[in-house]
Write a new protein. Structure first.
Length: 188
């Protein structure tokens, strides 16, 4: 059973700084969604029509030559060899590298982002299907959605699509979406 409801399943957006030890220019941040239940699943970060999405910085995003725009582009074996890859800027749902990572993008152009510029759209998404473990909040009740490195101030606005299990034994859930979530990172 499934229904589309709009409930407040996201308590907020959390920004955590990762110590990049000065190995790359700027500061590195991980962006998390704080969910209300360990049975919350985040399946898509998206924009559509009036609910636009942007990920910006006042200075360029750091991009490793060995990375890519999604965490599924980060090859786990290469992380050991290339120190700057650990601090590459990328988007995700849950996972930090390519191992068992099913995150994909739809209708998003990442060429500008890979050159340090913003991602902005009113019609696009990155996603993983709810059968993938990376979409479940679990006991921490949070899901990683981005890692961003920049010498500037980073801001973002986006919408989220997900589901919450209401009866595990009967495979029942409610679908939900939340719009216009925002964050700022890098302010002193």
């Amino acid at each position: 059973m499934s229904s589309l409801v709009s409930v407040a399943q996201i308590k907020g957006v959390t920004v955590e700084e990762i110590d990049n030890k000065g190995e790359v220019p700027g500061r590195t941040f991980r962006i998390y969604l704080e969910c209300t239940s360990e049975w919350d699943y985040v399946t898509s970060i998206f924009a559509f029509k009036e609910n636009d999405m942007y990920w910006r910085s006042t200075k360029p995003f750091f991009q490793s030559a060995y990375g890519g725009p999604l965490s599924s582009n980060i090859i786990r074996a290469t992380l050991m060899e290339k120190k700057d890859l650990k601090y590459d800027s990328w988007f995700t749902i849950g996972y930090v590298d390519n191992y068992n990572n099913a995150v994909s993008a739809f209708n998003l152009e990442f060429e500008d982002f890979e050159n340090g510029k913003e991602v902005a759209t009113n019609d696009g998404a990155w996603f993983a299907t709810p059968d993938k473990p990376q979409t479940k909040a679990g006991p921490s009740k949070r899901i990683l959605i981005a890692q961003l490195t920049s010498e500037g101030i980073i801001t973002g606005k986006f919408s989220v699509l997900g589901r919450t299990v209401t009866n595990y034994e009967k495979s029942e859930w409610d679908n939900w979406e939340e719009h216009d979530l925002t964050f700022t990172a890098g302010e002193k």
